[in-house]
Write a protein that binds this ligand. Sequence first.
Ligand code: HEC
Length: 111
Amino acid sequence: MNRFFSAALCALFVISMSSVDAKAASDAKAGKAIYDTNCAACHKDGVMNAPKLGDKAAWAPRIKQGAAVMTKKSITGFTGKVGMMMAKGGHPNLTDAQVGDAVAYMINQSK
Ligand code: HEC
C-alpha cells in the first residue's frame, strides 16, 4: 500500500512537471544552440533565399504574423514568396519545442 502510494505521488509529480513544461514560453536562450546547429546553415547567409538572421527588413513582415504562426510553419515546413523550407529545416529529430525555441531566438536577433 505504502509503495503504491509513493508511486502514485511520483506519477503525479511527473505529470505536473510535464504540464508546466508544455506551458513554458519558448526559451530563446536555449534556442541559440539549436539555431547554431540546425538553422544557421541557411539562415546565417541566406542560403536558398532564407531570411538572414538580423535582417530586420526581411523579418519584420514575418514577425508580424506572430511567433506561434512562424513556429507552426517551421515545424511543418512551408513554401513562401522567396523559397521553401522543409519541415524543421530538415531536422526531424528536433522536438516541436526546440523549433519554437530556435524561432524565439531568431525573432529576438532580428527585430
Ligand atoms: C535548408 C535551408 C533552411 C534551413 C536549414 C532552415 N530554414 Fe528556415 N527558412 C528557409 C527558407 C528558404 C525560408 C523562407 C521561405 C519563404 O518565405 O519563401 C525560411 C523561413 C523561415 C522562417 C520564417 C517563417 C515565416 O513565417 O515567414 C522561420 C521562422 C524559419 N525559417 C525558422 C527556421 C528554424 C527554426 C530552422 C532550424 C530548426 C530553420 N528555419 C532552418 C530555409 C531554411
